[in-house]
Structure formats: structure tokens, C-alpha cells
Design a protein around this ligand. Structure first.
Ligand code: FES
Length: 78
């Protein structure tokens, strides 16, 4: 019933969390099974120790908006 947004690249190595598995509010990295809380970005144990960046999400008229700075948007496009 809610939407959350985090960075896609794992903080351990270069794996895409969008290729991982989500169970409840936890995403598991496809490389080494590091797990993160999607709501807070918190790393939930080894091998991941650094939290994910999270972004504010708003739903307006059925559209989902994710607030990012211009710098964060530029990082995502490279
Ligand atoms: Fe994600 Fe290692 S790359 S846990």
C-alpha cells in the first residue's frame, strides 16, 4: 500500500538490486545476498554495511513521483 525508492546499485559491489528478490520490505542483492530495508535503506547485515540512499516518494493523481536532486538524476543517467 505504499511506495519507496532507493538507489538501485548495491553498496557492497556493483550489482543491481532491481534484479534482486523483495520479500515484505526487504530487498536481497542478487550477488552476495546482502539485504536492505527498503523503507529506510538500512543495511541488515554482512556483507553489506553501508545503507542505501533513499528518496522521497509522493503519489499525485495516480502518478508516482520520486524526488531527486539534479545531481542524483545525473548519477542515475550515466
Ligand atoms: Fe550486493 Fe555483494 S554486491 S551483497
Amino acid at each position: 500500500g505504499a511506495f519507496y525508492a532507493t538507489q538501485d546499485v548495491c553498496t557492497h559491489e556493483h550489482a543491481y538490486l532491481s534484479d534482486g528478490v523483495v520479500v515484505d520490505c526487504v530487498v536481497e542483492c542478487p550477488f552476495h545476498q546482502g539485504r536492505f530495508d527498503i523503507k529506510s535503506g538500512k543495511a541488515l547485515g554482512a556483507p553489506v554495511i553501508h545503507a542505501l540512499k533513499t528518496f522521497p516518494v509522493e503519489v499525485v493523481d495516480g502518478r508516482i513521483y520520486v524526488r531527486v536532486t539534479p545531481e542524483e538524476a545525473a548519477e542515475g543517467s550515466s
